[in-house]
Design a protein. Structure first.
Ligand code: PLP
Length: 389
């Protein structure tokens, strides 16, 4: 047999293992120091009560002959697809039920969707970037071009008409930068995609952090997007489902054969998300569920605001933190990303993520997240003030 040699072309990512190693070394040598981790990309608050009640109920149903369920529909149960449709409707987006696919999270479908595209497509990815977009294409042997996100464009690059792209990745609110596109900017991308007969793969995993009604939560709020975009969303950050696993993908019927191809792909390679999990996910969209998750999202957003306000006080340039759990800052005193990591660990015992780990344009930048506890975030910011104010 021959192995897929494209795997040899994957950049080895030592980002999180290097961070863990450095932090371990530091805590071993300085056992009396309290290290605060603001690099965390996972949620920390538990599932809300509406969700756990629904999960318990579904577990009980599975233990009774008359309500037991075996294989479910590969595209997801209608009760959850209807709930997702209602959620979109509340943001003025009308979807057909057969355009909504329940997934076990955005990451899987972002990778799986590439089954639908030929190898000879040019892929356009912003730099810095969530590494999954690049790695999944590299595994398939596809060429990836980068578009620069940087301080000049406030990490919101717009289309460069001189580049001909076929598959375009956009993530808004963005990981790692926290930057959010407005409607006009997203319209520029939609127009560009339509002109190029390209497809946009729109990652809206962080849409729930948007609190300005004028900012788009879904690309389908933009005219023409149903003719060129597939959207990936997730309950991971919205409702603490990082370990429970549920999301949804929208493949519009307007996209030629793609919707039917995706049905074919899913029915062949996927057997659906567990019934129990889908009942838990359904509860997220109830009135009670929405109220309860809003409390958790507000908690993270308060942390983000505290970080952003502190950076302002310290005159540290940054984006994000307003409609996003991520804050992307320029390292003070022209430090490089890893230099700043070491400096911060040594002098403030605060851990973040070096921007250089997300692409070449991330060099000189640093990512903090708001997923820690309020107490730790406050203490970390006091330490920032002591160092930089
Ligand atoms: N997309 C982005 C931009 C992310 O940051 C993440 C997770 O961190 C995901 C997708 C994956 O989400 P899920 O947990 O639904 O697979």
């Amino acid at each position: 047999m021959n192995i897929n040699s494209n795997y040899d072309n994957l950049a080895q990512s030592y980002l999180f293992s290097t961070i863990a190693k450095k932090v371990n070394e530091y805590t071993t040598n300085n056992p009396d120091k309290k290290v605060i981790r603001l690099g965390i990309g996972d949620v920390t608050l538990p599932l809300c009560k509406a969700v756990t009640d629904a999960l318990h109920k579904a577990v009980d149903e599975m233990g009774v002959q008359s309500t037991f369920r075996g294989y479910g529909p590969e595209q997801g149960y209608d009760f959850l697809r209807e709930a997702v449709r209602g959620y979109y409707k509340s943001h003025n987006v009308d979807l057909e039920l057969d355009e909504i696919f329940i997934s076990d999270g955005a990451k899987s479908d972002l990778g799986n969707i590439l089954d639908l595209f030929a190898k000879d497509n040019t892929v356009l990815v912003p730099d810095p970037v969530y590494p999954v977009y690049v790695d999944t294409n590299t595994m398939a042997g596809r060429e990836v071009k980068f578009i620069d996100a940087n301080g000049e464009n406030e990490f919101l690059p717009l289309p460069d008409k001189s580049i001909k792209a076929d598959i375009i990745y956009i993530c808004s609110p963005n990981n790692p930068t926290g930057a959010v596109y407005n409607k006009e900017q997203l319209k520029a991308w939609v127009d560009y995609a339509l002109e190029n007969k390209a497809v946009i793969l729109f990652d809206s995993a962080y849409e729930c952090f948007i609190s300005d009604a004028n900012l788009p939560r879904s690309i389908y709020e933009i005219e023409g997007a149903k003719d060129c975009a597939i959207e990936f969303c997730s309950l991971s950050k919205t409702a603490g489902f990082t370990g429970t696993r549920c999301g949804y993908t929208v493949v519009p019927n307007n996209l030629g054969k793609l919707n039917k191809m995706w049905v074919r792909r899913q029915t062949t390679k996927f057997n659906g998300v567990p019934y129990i999990v889908q009942r838990g996910a359904e509860a997220v969209f109830t009135e009670e569920g929405q109220k309860e998750i809003a409390v958790n999202i507000a908690y993270y957003k308060e942390n983000a605001k505290l970080i952003s306000d502190t950076l302002k006080e310290c005159n540290i340039w940054h984006v994000g933190g307003k409609h996003s759990p991520y804050i992307w800052l320029r390292c003070p005193n022209d430090m490089k990303s890893w230099e700043f990591f070491d400096y911060l660990l040594e002098n403030a015992q605060v851990v973040g993520t070096p921007g250089a780990g997300f692409g070449k344009n991330g060099e000189g930048y640093f990512r903090l997240t708001s997923f820690g506890s309020k107490e730790n975030t406050m203490e970390a910011m006091e330490r920032f003030k002591k160092l930089f104010k």
